[in-house]
Ligand binder design. Structure first.
Ligand SMILES: NC(=O)c1ccc[n+]([C@@H]2O[C@H](COP(=O)([O-])OP(=O)(O)OC[C@H]3O[C@@H](n4cnc5c(N)ncnc54)[C@H](OP(=O)(O)O)[C@@H]3O)[C@@H](O)[C@H]2O)c1
Length: 277
């Protein structure tokens, strides 16, 4: 990995836009304004919000209060299945923009595939139109399995630029990851630190070896796999430590030991609705 790899590094999306390689998750963060401001101080430039998290307004406030140029930040939001459909997606995008008080969202994701084929495609079409209108820079999906991605392709649309899935050593989602990498879809990893359940002999021993903590080892593993991890914390010290993952490198043996922990779907710890019809 290049020695210039840092928190300022980005990955180029199929839309041509750059996405910072480390994102800051704000699910279940009830003071997202304060946490985002802390995250910006720690160097994060990428925040992962959602309509469902009810904190888009707080994220927007933090962006303005930070004084950082809007163009230097990458902000994501998502629409969940209960609001899927063509018209409701169009109005949902406007609502998100109004809560964020932004002219555009960097990345807009279909939060989950649970609304069924017809609504999924209608939602995708609406988001593509919002992209053409300049309200969204990049359209992506979340919790999409290969069949949901193929459904988009078969309907004649461009594939999404991003798929955000539950992804950590115990749940490596190999078929989805393989499909995405083959099709230039960037994979974002949610629950990258297993919701804090990091007390495992493999993570602990590798952490000691590199003089970092287990959460940092997990985030670093995700980065070295080529994923874009989105660790969440509302704790200032952890917001900072989770970003301090660019001053060490896992070697091939560390990577192999962590790779060997995959339990497939049994290893999931969140809703992981990738098997939706
Ligand atoms: N698309 C989807 O369906 C979906 C689903 C889930 C999540 N996400 C996104 O992905 C983000 C991350 O996922 P997540 O929040 O579910 O899980 P996560 O980031 O793996 O874990 C967050 C939990 O770990 C704790 N934690 C943070 N840093 C830690 C550290 N250094 N050591 C030990 N514990 C630590 C946090 O506690 P404190 O906050 O108290 O520090 C929190 O309880 C979300 O915030 C959201 O943006 C998306």
């Amino acid at each position: 990995m290049a020695s210039t790899f840092s928190i300022s590094s980005s990955v180029k999306l199929s839309t041509g836009y750059l996405m910072p390689v480390l994102g800051f998750g704000v699910y279940q963060n009830y003071d997202a304004r304060t946490s985002c401001l802390e995250a910006f101080k720690a160097g994060y430039r990428h925040v992962d919000s959602a309509q469902m998290y009810r904190n888009e307004a707080a994220v927007g406030e933090a962006v303005r209060e930070s004084g950082i140029n809007r163009s230097a930040l990458f902000i994501t939001t998502k629409c969940a299945s209960r609001s899927h459909g063509y018209e409701s997606t169009l109005s949902g995008v406007d609502e998100s923009l109004s809560k964020l008080q932004f002219d555009y969202v960097d990345l807009f994701l279909i939060h989950d595939p649970l609304s069924g084929s017809e609504k999924r495609l209608a939602t995708y079409k609406a988001l593509q139109e919002c992209k053409t209108a300049g309200k969204i820079r990049t359209v992506g999906v979340s919790n999409y399995n290969v069949k949901h991605l193929e459904e988009i392709r078969n309907a004649g649309y461009d594939l999404p630029a991003v798929n955000q899935i539950e992804l950590h050593p115990f749940c490596q989602q190999k078929p989805i990851v393989e499909y995405c990498l083959k099709n230039s879809i960037v994979v974002q990893a949610y629950c990258p630190i297993i919701r804090g359940k990091t007390d495992h002999e493999v993570f602990n021993s590798i952490a000691v070896k590199h003089n970092h903590d287990p959460a940092q080892v997990l985030i670093r593993w995700s980065l070295q796999k080529g994923f874009v991890p989105l660790p969440k914390s509302a704790t200032p010290s952890r917001i900072h430590s989770n970003a301090q993952v660019f001053d060490f490198e896992l070697d091939a043996d560390d990577m192999a030991r962590i790779d060997a922990l995959d339990q497939g779907k049994q290893g999931a710890i969140s809703w992981n609705p990738v098997d939706a019809d």
